[in-house]
Design a protein around this ligand. Structure first.
Ligand code: GDG
Length: 459
């Protein structure tokens, strides 16, 4: 394989992770739609994926795994504290999610953010072939496009933001707002999950930089495409997992454990304060309190995957959620039967799909979410056109999944009423909505997403 790559991907994590089995260690491809969407494209041509390998104390040399060259970038414990947990996850993450937690603006996080961006840009510049393509992912690397353009003006540079891009009133808070916008404007294509994100970006660039244009922008003599590319899932994979006899058998075992005859309400999220886990548990508690449902009729299952546990806000959220669950189980549970099953861990994909199959109502109630793939995964597994998706208006998914039961997660009474309506929806109405939802998700898979981004970049 040539040592220069026609396609280079830059993301926070490599698409592989280290596994140790029976004393032998090696790399395994990480699960997830992004990786599977990229793999067919990357395997056809010399390509490199640049990212962090996940440990601060060692960083291996570049290596090839399943036809893709992986280029690990070392990050120190200080980088993790300042660039990752600091600027990325305590400044940008809350600010870009409607500032539902107060963003922290620390000058001593900004320099490390620049430095780590420089490190990634330098490696991309080194490995990319002449006139090659570099696709940069997410909020950790908003300065890389402009840094890379200075080093390698011959490249086609794309950037995709997986999280929302905030409106002017919020973005304007950031002390480094101009630098971030100019960083992004280094790309030829800047992609967002929704049209709203793209509009916010164009408007802010017109205000704080020299860029001009209605949606696409002209900046320093270059054309910058600004567009929505709603991300999706590998629909066929979820549908086939839903038909898999082993998955269906597992679902039956879970059903027996949860109690035959009880209707199942399900939530699946990273434990993150943007996801609205607390609010949906409150709404479910409200249904029990008002006796619109009972312990015997329904059971709530919440899977919350541990996330960013060293950031204070995440600790607080976990405490809050666990207190709420404990309170409701204490008040309404009986010996041998609880209203809420709460799992603070990650489950194997087969088990997750088993739960999707069992869920009569899937509750997806983020206060703000770039897209939300769980909503789309649930829909893809509902091969019998039943089940209800209760979906927050403030997710990117809600822009496409218009036949879901939409809800404002800030309104506890509204959410409680909708949850009740979902639990009592007729099979005919469920099928009418689910058929449409399934068609929508099937028509735009993660492969369509990746192909349309590459097409825009090659244009
Ligand atoms: C960011 C943006 C955007 C969850 N629990 C388990 C598990 N998962 C998988 C789901 C799904 C993924 O994790 C979560 O994706 P989301 O889209 O819901 O959320 P974020 O992690 O916040 O992702 C988001 C996304 O990027 C893509 O652009 O949609 O808006 O915030 O695929 O299935 N997987 C397994 N076990 C679990 O317990 N195996």
């Amino acid at each position: 394989m040539s040592d220069k790559s026609e396609i280079v991907i830059v993301s926070n994590r490599l698409p592989v992770h280290r596994v140790d089995r029976e004393g032998r260690s090696g790399w395994e491809t990480s699960p997830g739609g992004l990786v599977s969407a990229m793999t067919p494209i990357l395997r056809d041509r010399p390509s490199t994926w640049i990212g962090w390998a996940g440990a601060t104390d060692w960083s291996p040399d570049p290596f090839i795994h399943e036809g893709i060259r992986n280029y690990p970038v070392p990050l120190t414990a200080d980088d993790i504290a300042n660039f990752y947990e600091g600027f990325s996850n305590s400044t940008l993450w809350p600010l870009y999610h409607d500032a539902i937690r107060t963003p922290s603006y620390h000058r001593h996080w900004w320099r490390p953010y620049q430095e780590v961006n420089e490190r990634f840009a330098a490696i991309a510049a080194e490995v990319a072939a002449p006139n090659g393509i570099v696709w940069i992912h997410d909020y950790h690397f908003q300065l890389v496009p402009a840094m890379l353009r200075v080093l390698r003006p011959d490249l086609r540079i794309g950037f995709f933001l997986h999280i929302p891009f905030p409106p002017q009133e919020l973005f304007a808070q950031m002390p480094w707002r101009r630098q971030v916008l100019e960083g992004l404007l280094g790309a030829d294509v800047v992609g967002f999950q929704t049209k709203m994100g793209a509009q916010n970006f164009s408007r802010l660039c017109r205000k704080y930089t020299d860029a001009i244009g209605a949606r696409d922008l002209d900046y320093q003599g270059r054309h910058v495409t600004v567009q929505a590319f709603p991300i999706s899932i590998d629909y066929a994979r979820y549908e086939s997992l839903a038909r898999d006899p082993a998955v269906r058998q597992r679902a039956e075992v879970l059903r027996a454990q949860l109690g035959e005859g009880r209707r199942i309400v399900l939530g699946v999220d990273r434990m993150d304060y943007t996801k609205g886990i607390d609010i949906r548990i409150k709404a479910y508690g409200e249904l029990l309190r008002s006796k619109r449902t009972t312990l015997r009729d329904t059971v709530f299952v919440q899977v919350a995957v541990p996330s960013r546990e060293r950031v204070d806000e995440y600790q607080t959220l976990r405490d809050d959620v666990e207190r709420l669950v404990g309170g409701i189980n204490g008040s309404y549970g009986e010996l041998g039967m609880t209203p809420i099953h709460y799992l603070h861990r990650s489950l194997p994909a087969e088990e997750l799909v088993g739960l999707y199959l069992l869920a009569d109502v899937m509750v997806v109630t983020p206060f703000r979410d770039g897209m939300n793939l769980v909503a789309k995964e649930y829909v893809a597994t509902r091969i019998e056109d039943d089940g209800v998706l209760l979906l927050s208006e403030f997710t990117g998914s809600a822009h496409e999944l218009k036949s879901a039961m939409l809800v404002n997660p800030h309104d506890v009474d509204g959410l409680t009423n909708r949850l009740y309506a979902a639990l009592t929806m007729s099979p005919t109405e469920q099928a009418r909505r689910m058929k449409r939802l399934r068609r929508t998700v099937k028509e735009n898979t993660v492969y369509d997403w990746a192909n349309s981004f590459f097409e825009a970049l090659a244009a």
